[in-house]
Design a binder for this molecule. Structure first.
Ligand code: GRF
Length: 188
């Protein structure tokens, strides 16, 4: 049976859109009520939920609400796609081995929130994208699959960034398929 996925995002949600067009997404979770990902979800008919950390007493309570939501929907795999919070012990212990993240650099190089800019500023000849299992560190979990993206001589930060995102849109669906998530139109 196909794995049931939820996508977590805090921002634009372009990766979410790519995934939702290819796979049945049970729901989107965002920690930001104004995030554009919620508009995309609405347009694509994918249910969405938003909790803000500030509405809870602490991160444990915030993450427990997320765990309850995941349990209710019997989610098998959580796909982080621009979810800008560190996954804490409450969520991690409940869904250990079931959370993956996409990072816009070739890890272990350039972890953190600015992987594209950091690689650009360092003047690397190539960077890339990485999908990895989530552990307690920041972008430190076991790598599942990576794609190289060269920096071209006439690249600007913007064109470089665009090609990194294109690589993400290629890699994420490939990895989901390899992890046992069936595409929308796959035969039963
Ligand atoms: C992506 O570059 C992803 O790798 C990073 O955050 C960005 C999210 O972009 N973790 P989007 O919200 O999917 O457009």
């Amino acid at each position: 049976m196909s794995k049931k996925i939820a996508v977590f995002a805090s921002g634009s949600g372009s990766n979410f859109q790519v995934l939702a067009e290819a796979f049945p997404v049970e729901f989107v979770f965002s920690d930001k009520p104004q995030a554009y990902v919620l508009e995309r979800a609405n347009r694509l008919g994918v249910p969405s939920f938003t909790f803000e950390l500030k509405d809870f007493d602490n991160k444990v309570a915030y993450e427990q609400a997320i765990v309850d939501l995941l349990d209710q929907h019997q989610i098998d795999l959580i796909c982080l796609a621009g979810y800008m919070k560190i996954v804490g012990p409450t969520l991690l212990s409940a869904y250990e081995g079931k959370i993956i993240n996409i990072h816009p650099a070739y890890l272990p190089a350039f972890p953190g929130a600015h992987g594209i800019e950091d690689a650009w500023k360092a003047g690397v000849a190539e960077s890339g994208v990485t999908i990895h299992w989530v552990d307690a560190g920041v972008d430190t979990g076991q790598i599942i699959k990576q794609l190289r993206v060269p920096r071209l001589t006439d690249d600007t930060l913007e064109t470089f960034e665009t090609r990194i995102h294109e690589a993400e849109y290629q890699l994420y669906p490939e990895v989901l398929e390899s992890l046992g998530v069936d595409r929308k139109n796959s035969p039963l």
